[in-house]
Design a protein around this ligand. Structure first.
Ligand code: NDP
Length: 491
């Protein structure tokens, strides 16, 4: 029984940690002294983590931080330092003198350790030698991260250690729960950072600021006035050589399972009392607990896979013919689901979450469509379209579409858009993620119960798709999706 087995895991972070956690002065807010990246030679480290860290260091936000890399490769210290310096070079080029100095200091002093993290002993030995508190970033294949945590004993984890887990967090509700139990035996919940880089501050704070710092929106932000909410992340990129990962994941696991559900949650929460970790994550957890995708799934979900086509200037091959793809897996590259939130505010309002690869138009936005006016005064003519509010996530823009009297015949309605650019994120998303980790603020990381709930919401769909209950449709790369999806959204 799920609720039985969840008891004992205190996701609010008040679980009884070993006495030594409370004996010293280390709290969850103590700044991290050492960032230990496990998986130093990996793709995530080179492409996202190190550049993100560079931005953070260049802006003076992590003074005194030490960086340590570890992995199974027999790298020399020089090889690792070169990798770090290479990843820092872009930030160094645009930084001021102080920023450049901070980057050089970290790049010169960083060290590399060759170790097998799944063996009993080496990781614990390394931890004992590092200056704490240490944040251990598990930039490893998920099963390796899990094994590494299983071989650690709680008395080998010094007080104040943060554990940073990448996505995917488990492969379903049960495995996420087991992983939560493993982590909870090592550190308190508020020392665990489950990364969802979509929760970068700029994106999230844009939604929260818009919703909760403005009087006029909240009274209409409910089922009485909102007809539907669409959250769309369409990419104009195809597989880009990532078959090994993507072909076993697909669009539903890769994008909807955590990223889009979290954006949905931020659009749907009640106003929290504070923008602090406990209040905000409680609000998110409450909304996600009320959320589900309802059967029959052929009505509430759609899936499709791209075939050959033209994307911009490039010809893209059939997904099934891409190197590393097993066509028999039937991996979808476009997923669309209708989530329902069963509470007083949202009952009956569809939240359409959709993400596709190799789409003709890059589109990353949430669109809130309002209900029509109850009565349009007779005498008006022209378009009578519903108000729409668009929140763009890259470029970060806010657009409100309204009907106004037109410039010609004043009784003919015209569409006008009030558009403003939002504060562009100064830092890369991974810079924002690392800032939270280093300052000990889990506000923008996924809480354990929420990680399980995200799986609970999509697991029935995954099962229905695996058993073929919902056909796998096709669309040309570079198109707007399957022709049979005329509105582009689930009903
Ligand atoms: P890679 O396969 O590129 O890198 C994995 C790293 O783990 C390598 O450095 C590898 O070293 C190391 N490693 C594997 N086994 C061991 C071991 N037993 N002991 C020590 N080191 C080991 O994976 P990615 O960087 O792509 O992904 C890492 C994590 O980040 C995954 O959880 C992934 O889901 C997540 N992620 C990745 C993204 C990306 O764009 N790459 C985006 C979002 C999340 P070696 O090669 O020497 O074995």
């Amino acid at each position: 029984n799920k609720s039985e087995s969840t008891r004992g895991l205190d996701y609010l972070g008040y679980q009884v940690a070993p006495a030594r956690w409370h004996a010293g002065t280390v709290t969850s807010k103590t700044t991290v002294k050492t960032l230990l990246i496990l998986g130093a030679s990996g793709d995530l480290t080179g492409r996202l983590l190190l550049p993100g860290l560079a931005g953070l260091l260049a802006s003076g936000k992590a003074p005194g931080l030490q960086l340590v890399g570890a992995g199974s490769d027999p790298w020399s210290q020089e090889q690792w330092r070169e990798r770090v310096a290479g990843a820092f070079s872009a930030a160094s080029g645009t930084a001021d003198d102080a920023g450049r100095a901070a980057l050089a200091k970290v790049a010169d002093a960083t060290g590399y350790h060759q170790l097998d993290v799944t063996a009993d002993g080496p990781l614990a030995d390394l931890l004992a030698r590092l200056q704490g508190p240490v944040a251990i970033y598990f930039a490893l294949p998920p099963h390796v991260s899990q094994k590494a945590c299983e071989v650690l004993h709680s008395d080998q984890v010094p007080a104040g250690t943060r554990l940073v887990m990448e996505k995917p967090f488990g492969s379903g509700t049960e495995s996420a729960h087991e992983l939560n139990k493993t982590l909870a035996a090592l550190v308190p919940e508020d020392h665990i950072h489950r990364v969802d880089h979509f929760l970068g501050k700029a994106t999230v704070l844009n939604i929260l600021g818009l919703r909760f710092a403005n009087r006029f929106l909240e009274p209409v932000w409910n089922r009485e006035h909102i007809e539907k909410v669409e959250i769309v992340f369409d990419e104009d990129l195809a597989l880009e050589g990532r078959a090994r990962y993507y072909d076993t994941a697909g669009a539903l696991r890769d994008m909807v399972q955590s990223h889009l559900l979290h954006i949905m949650a931020f659009l749907a929460i009640d106003a929290p009392a504070t923008i602090e970790e406990r209040d905000l994550r409680d609000a998110v957890a409450t909304v996600l607990r009320a959320s589900s995708i309802k059967a029959p799934f052929k009505d509430s979900t759609r899936r499709a896979r791209y075939t050959a086509g033209v994307l911009g200037e490039r010809t893209v091959p059939d997904y099934a013919a891409e190197e590393g793809v097993d066509p028999a897996r039937n991996t979808e590259t476009l997923a669309e689901v209708r989530v329902e939130i069963d509470n007083w505010r949202w009952k009956g309002v569809p939240f359409i979450l959709r993400s596709g690869k190799a789409m003709g138009r890059r589109r990353k936005e949430a669109v809130i469509t309002f209900r029509p006016v109850p009565h349009l005064p007779r005498g008006f003519s022209g378009v009578d379209s519903p108000n729409q509010l668009r929140i763009g996530f890259g470029p970060d823009v806010l657009q409100l579409d309204v009907d106004v009297n037109g410039p010609g015949d004043i009784f003919t309605l015209d569409r006008a858009s009030l558009v403003t650019e939002l504060n562009a994120a100064g830092m890369l998303p991974y810079g924002e993620v690392l800032e939270g980790i280093i300052s000990g603020d889990p506000l923008l990381s996924v809480r354990g119960d929420t990680a399980e709930d995200c799986w609970r919401i999509i697991e029935p769909v995954l099962r229905a798709w695996e058993s073929g209950d919902v056909p796998l449709e096709e669309y040309d790369a570079g198109s707007a999706g399957p022709a049979a999806w005329p509105t582009g959204v689930v009903g």
